[in-house]
Design a protein around this ligand. Structure first.
Ligand code: SF4
Ligand code: SF4
Length: 223
C-alpha cells in the first residue's frame, strides 16, 4: 500500500485562498488505512474548511482514488456541483490528485497529503517501506531482503565499510541490510548467492512515467 501523511492545515489554506466552493475527494483504500483520507478525515476536513468560511459542494469517498475511470464516472453524476466548484482538495496519494486533475481539467486540484512510500502493513497503523519500485527485482539473490530499500546507500554488492557491530553507520539503531542478507542466506543454505556480483542497475527499467497494459495471458510495458 501507499503511505501518506497530512499536510499542514496552513499549507492547505494557502492553496485554497480566494476559493470559496470546494469539492473534497477521499480514498477508501490506502489513505483510509493511513488515517489520512478516509471518511473520518473527509468529515474533519469539511468541518475545518466550513469554519474557514468555505462551502463544501460535495465530499466524495472513492473506493480507490487512483482508479481513474471510477472517479470520472462518479464526477459525471455530479455535473451540477462541479459547475460551482472553485477547487478540488484530494485526500489521497499523488496518484489520486493526478486522476482528479485529468477528470476535471478546468478546476484546480490540490493535494491535502504528502505521499511517502510503498509499504508493508506490519499491523494496523504501522507501516514500513517494503520496495523502492526499482523495476528489476533482485530479491532472488538477496534472500528476499531488498538492498535498495533497506540499505540507505542502496548498495547492490554490500556491505560497505561502515558496518558497526552489525548495525548501519547511517542509522546505528538499524541492522545493516547486508548483514541481514548474509544471515538470511546462511539460514536458508544459499550463501553461494553472495559469490554472484550483481551488475549495475539498469535505470532505463525505471523510466518515467511508467505505463503497463495487462490483459489475460498478456503483459505489455509501454513507455
Ligand atoms: S529489488 Fe527491491 S526495490 Fe527493486 S523491485 Fe525488488 S523489492 Fe522492489
Ligand atoms: S552499513 Fe550496511 S545498510 Fe548501512 S549503508 Fe553500509 S551496507 Fe548499507
Amino acid at each position: 500500500m501507499i503511505t501518506t501523511k497530512k499536510k499542514e492545515l496552513k499549507t492547505i489554506l494557502e492553496y485554497l485562498e480566494g476559493k470559496k466552493n470546494i469539492l473534497l475527494i477521499g480514498c477508501g483504500a490506502c489513505a483510509e488505512q493511513c488515517m489520512t483520507g478516509g471518511n473520518k478525515e473527509l468529515l474533519e476536513m469539511a468541518e475545518i474548511l466550513k469554519k474557514e468560511g468555505k462551502n463544501i459542494v460535495d465530499s466524495l469517498l472513492l473506493e480507490e482514488a487512483c482508479y481513474s475511470l471510477l472517479l470520472k464516472k462518479e464526477l459525471r453524476q455530479r455535473k451540477k456541483e462541479i459547475e460551482n466548484t472553485d477547487a478540488v482538495l484530494i485526500l489521497s496519494c499523488g496518484v489520486g490528485v493526478s486522476c482528479a486533475t485529468e477528470a476535471l481539467p478546468k478546476v484546480p486540484s490540490y493535494p491535502a497529503l504528502d505521499t511517502l512510500f510503498l509499504a508493508r502493513v506490519e499491523r494496523h497503523g504501522h507501516f514500513t517501506e517494503g520496495c523502492s519500485l526499482c523495476g528489476e527485482c533482485v530479491l532472488a539473490f538477496t534472500g528476499g531482503i531488498c538492498p535498495i530499500t533497506y540499505c540507505p546507500k542502496g548498495i547492490l554488492n554490500g556491505p560497505c565499510g561502515g558496518v558497526v557491530d552489525g548495525m548501519c553507520e547511517a542509522d546505528i539503531e538499524t541492522p545493516c541490510a547486508w548483514v541481514a542478507i548474509y544471515t538470511r542466506l546462511k539460514e536458508i543454505g544459499r550463501l553461494e548467492d553472495l559469490k554472484r556480483t550483481a551488475p549495475p542497475k539498469d535505470h532505463s527499467m525505471k523510466r518515467k512515467p511508467g505505463k503497463v497494459v495487462v490483459k489475460r495471458n498478456d503483459f505489455k510495458k509501454i513507455y
